[in-house]
Design a binder for this molecule. Structure first.
Ligand SMILES: [Zn+2]
Length: 215
């Protein structure tokens, strides 16, 4: 799936190309984001195989600056170092991550693609090192939020998961398009407004009723 759009809250009036790339056998989605003016690009996760990602990069003629891990799980990062080396890109992960990387980021750090800002949102819950990326009109949620469901989490992380979903992701504009790390839903992506209206795990409006859902 390829989508080209102008950002809703435009930081720069330059379209961003978002390519959603299915990889491997566990329904993983990898993403290629290309700033149309500078042709600078970023890859979200690498999954199992690098060929489909490298082919997508070649098709767009983009220069990949960063390969960003949404979190440490092997189905998202097993080829991360290889991809970074093949593309000459810096491997990026959260500062708490056990992943070997070139750049460690923390909450609200910004990755720049030309004049465009892509913000790192630390969203612990599924894992301690989980991050989402927000480009001003799209959010890439890894295994924190899927279409119609949410990522698995340990009970000790329940409050963190609630806070990541409600106090970070759902604070973004409702028109934001959510792109998950797996193809688990009835559609491959949708807006946060649609997600809020139909995802039962987002219905709990306080940490206690959220935790009760899993008891
Ligand atoms: Zn995971």
């Amino acid at each position: 799936m390829i989508k080209v759009h102008a950002p809703a809250r435009a930081q720069v009036a330059v379209p961003l190309i978002v390519k959603q790339i299915p990889v491997g056998t566990m329904a993983n989605f990898v993403y290629l984001l290309v700033d149309e003016r500078s042709r600078d690009a970023l890859v979200v996760d690498s999954g199992w195989e690098t060929e489909p990602i490298k082919n997508a990069v070649k098709e767009t003629g983009a220069t990949v600056k960063f390969v960003v891990a949404t979190h440490e799980h092997f189905d998202h990062v097993s080829t991360l170092e290889d991809l970074g080396a093949a593309l000459g890109a810096k491997v990026v992960a959260h500062e708490s991550s056990p992943i070997r990387c070139d750049v460690r980021v923390k909450d609200r750090d910004v990755l720049r693609l030309g004049g465009r800002r892509v913000e790192v949102l630390h969203t612990p819950g599924h894992t301690e090192d989980s991050v989402c990326l927000y480009d001003g009109s799209d959010v890439f949620t890894g295994d924190t939020l899927f279409v119609g469901t949410i990522g698995r989490f340990d009970r000790r992380m329940a409050e963190a998961m609630y806070a990541s979903l409600h106090d970070v992701i759902l604070r973004l504009p409702p028109s934001t398009v959510m792109y998950p790390g797996h193809d688990y839903g009835e559609v491959p992506s949708r807006t946060l407004k649609e997600e809020t209206e139909s995802n039962p795990f987002l219905a709990a409006k306080d940490p206690r009723s959220f935790i009760a859902l899993f008891s």
